[in-house]
Design a protein around this ligand. Structure first.
Ligand code: 7RM
Length: 690
């Protein structure tokens, strides 16, 4: 981990500065007589607001790790509305991948996100749909969203959807998509949202794996001024999905001509919802009934359907949303992620709605109609928190600062970053230019698997000043452990290792759909008793954390998580490609791009034509962002004697870091490395010429 060491030294220096700035302001931890005891047996309702929430942030954190049952029990009893109280706080055994929170409890997530707020503030905007054309936003109140959700829930029931059935949602970030998620939650169906940028084959793969009964979509959507035909993609996908009984189609645009022909499975959604009753009783679900599946890339095989469940997920997303972003009543929360990713699930939909916030649904792009889009939106909607991805910031900072400065950003209180490491330049631009140096910037680390933010700065903590490079610390109930190469926990400071989380937390995924064994093997076997994140991290001498990047074959393209194995599988389907290897390659804006090494059979077509077909193949099998930016044709790949491709060597060839290739002794034929280095030189020269 040489690269990690370099950036670690830099961080270390920054962190020292932070500590110097922090120390005079640090409030002493109050002396306590005896242990904190807030609960007797079952947490009485009201405990959290009356007792816990008054505790200083630091004490809350201490309680969350010294007495997690008390902490989570009180939080769950008070923050959520239960239909039946839970009997125990948790029953977990990470060794066996057994994760069980709030057993015995019955709850409905849609009631917590809608009905409870309709009782107190029915006319508050739940959603502000920031549509593609600026200035055409649509507000949906809590009352309206509840009615929409109920009508949709009744429509799903009328089309045979029952508790436990899976429903695919292939929609842009829009009120209908949110209502679809909550409608599933209302009746106990399990939604699986598929990012509307995925191809027909990628969509079909997910529908097949989840055996979805119903697909929800719309005719087309408009993004960056261009129309995207969603229904046509669904039509192509469902042909190979025998489980699908109905496709519920919303009419998004008036361009009826572009809507695909009405097939035998299709149901016009607006008509069906109009005919459905506006009230739908909420199912009393078990705390651990599944809420949704979300497919994400791993280092091997096809994307896996991570299973998240009801109560723990909702509690965790609402608590993190409140504390990490310093959410207050009346705020407009602006998370610009697409609902097709976990960030959209947790911080566009569930966390903010559970907290009764007004949440923004951003449907456009950062540069439409110009690079001032985000900040013009902040001004127009009076956004309080802006949460986005470094890749977009890197793109925007390449334009003139006047695109930011001409808009009023005084409504902003907290800035957030997610999805990939935020580099220093982007951090400073976001903090200093966008936030005028007065808003804390929270760099939040988490994963599809963790359900919510796990490691982030704590600006809301008493005495925490607003300073650059605010360092990351574990959230309530999270206990990070760094593991060394022999699998031993590394104690002390100034160390880096494999990032694990040593105790269960309520927001974590419960399983991989229909493959619990893979769940155990991926996350709990590498370091028994701990959850393994797949990331490396560095702990500074002050105990702050910095993420150093993935330790496996997962890369991050414009904040999109991608398994290099998926790209290889797509390439290998071409008859001219006997084998291929894909690695991540640094890119100034996208963070990383796929770099493909391909072996071609020489009797099959001309290389340029084949490469064109390969690009097309990846776009149709996965998505456009997965198409390799670089293709290097090679004679052979570097393989170990046991036949494993040594990708670490290929990464070094791609980045021309061939000075130290590391241990090559396990290679079957080490001469292949020089061969590939030569091929790369020729490639680079050609590239320079063109
Ligand atoms: C929320 C999300 C997860 C992977 C994760 C990391 C990387 C995410 C940060 C980060 C550095 C961050 N879910 N990652 N956040 N790396 N700093 N603040 O992105 O499942 O799609 O991706 O993303 O490698 O393992 S995800």
């Amino acid at each position: 981990m040489a690269a990690a060491g370099v950036s670690s030294t830099r961080t270390l220096r920054t962190l020292r500065t932070v500590r110097i700035l922090l120390s005079p302001l640090r409030a002493p931890i109050p002396n306590r007589t005896g242990p904190l005891r807030l609960l007797s047996s079952l947490p009485p309702p009201g405990t959290w607001t009356s007792e816990l929430s008054r505790l200083p942030h630091r004490d809350l954190h201490r309680l969350s790790v010294t007495d997690p049952d008390q902490f989570w029990g009180a939080a769950a009893a008070d923050r959520l509305r239960w239909m039946k109280p839970f009997e125990r706080v948790q029953d977990c055994d990470l060794n066996r991948g057994k994760i069980n929170w709030f057993p015995g409890g019955r709850i409905n997530v849609s009631v917590n996100c809608l009905d409870v707020h309709v009782e107190t503030h029915p006319d508050r905007a739940a959603l502000i749909w920031e549509r593609d054309e600026p200035g055409t936003e649509v507000r949906v109140t809590y009352r309206e969203l509840l009615e929409m959700t109920c009508r949709l829930a009744n429509t799903l029931k009328a089309h045979g959807v029952q508790k436990g059935d899976r429903v695919a949602v292939y929609l842009p970030t829009s009120p209908l998509a949110v209502a679809a998620m909550l409608a599933c939650a209302r009746i106990g169906a399990v939604h699986t949202v598929v990012f509307a940028g995925f191809s027909a084959e990628a969509l079909a793969g997910r529908i097949q794996d989840a055996e979805c009964k119903v697909v929800l979509t719309c005719d087309e959507t408009v993004r960056g001024g261009r129309s995207v035909p969603l229904k046509a993609t669904v039509d192509a996908a469902v042909r190979s999905c025998p489980s699908v009984r109905h496709v519920l189609v919303s009419r998004r645009t008036d361009g009826g001509a572009t809507a695909a022909a009405v097939g035998p499975l299709d149901v016009p959604l607006e008509e069906a919802m109009k005919a459905a009753a506006p009230v739908c009783p909420a199912e009393a679900l078990d705390s651990e009934d599944p809420l949704f599946l979300l497919y994400t890339s791993g280092s091997t095989g096809r994307p896996k359907g991570l299973v998240h469940s009801q109560a723990g997920y909702l509690l965790y997303t609402s608590l993190t949303h409140q504390y990490v972003f310093d959410h207050r009543d009346g705020d407009v929360f602006g998370c610009v992620a697409d609902i097709g990713w976990i960030t959209g699930h947790s911080y566009v939909v569930y966390g903010p709605l559970c907290n009764g916030a007004t949440t923004v649904l951003f449907e456009s792009t950062p540069v439409y109609p110009n690079p001032g889009r985000y900040w013009e939106m902040v001004q127009r909607l009076r956004v309080s928190q802006f949460y986005g991805a470094p890749t977009a910031l890197r793109l925007l900072l390449s334009y003139d600062d006047s695109w930011v400065k001409k808009y009023d950003r005084s409504s902003l209180r907290t800035l957030g970053s997610v999805g990939e490491p935020i580099n220093h330049e982007a951090w400073h631009w976001f903090h200093d230019v966008v936030g005028e140096g007065r808003c804390p910037l929270v760099d939040t680390w988490w994963q599809t698997e963790t359900g919510g933010i796990c490691i982030a700065p704590r600006p809301a903590e008493e005495g925490a000043p607003v300073v650059p490079a605010m360092a990351m610390r574990p959230f309530f109930g999270i206990e990070p452990v760094l593991m060394g190469e022999q699998g031993q926990p590394l104690s002390g400071q100034s160390v880096d290792g494999a990032l694990c989380l040593a105790r269960p937390w309520p927001g974590m995924a419960r399983s991989i759909f229909r493959d619990h064994q893979r769940f155990i093997e991926t996350y709990f076997t590498p370091y028994p008793g701990c959850y393994f994140t797949g990331d490396g991290a560095w702990r500074s001498e002050d105990g702050f954390y910095q993420i150093t990047g993935r330790m496996d074959d997962v890369i991050n393209v414009s904040g999109h998580r991608l398994g290099t194995a998926e790209v290889e599988d797509a390439l290998d389907e071409h008859p001219a490609v006997p084998e291929s290897a894909v690695v991540g390659f640094p890119h100034p804006i996208k963070g990383e791009v796929p770099f493909a090494f391909v072996v071609l059979k020489d009797d099959l077509g001309s290389p340029p034509a084949v490469l064109r077909q390969l690009r097309e193949l990846v776009a149709t099998k996965i998505a456009k962002y997965a198409v390799p930016e670089h293709f290097l044709v090679v004679e052979r790949l570097p393989k170990t004697r046991s036949g494993k491709i040594m990708r670490r060597v290929l990464r070094k060839v791609a980045t021309e870091a061939t000075g130290d290739l590391g241990d090559l002794s396990t290679l079957d034929d080490p001469s292949v490395v020089q061969e590939i280095i030569q091929a790369h030189r020729r490639y680079r020269e050609q590239h320079r010429k063109s």
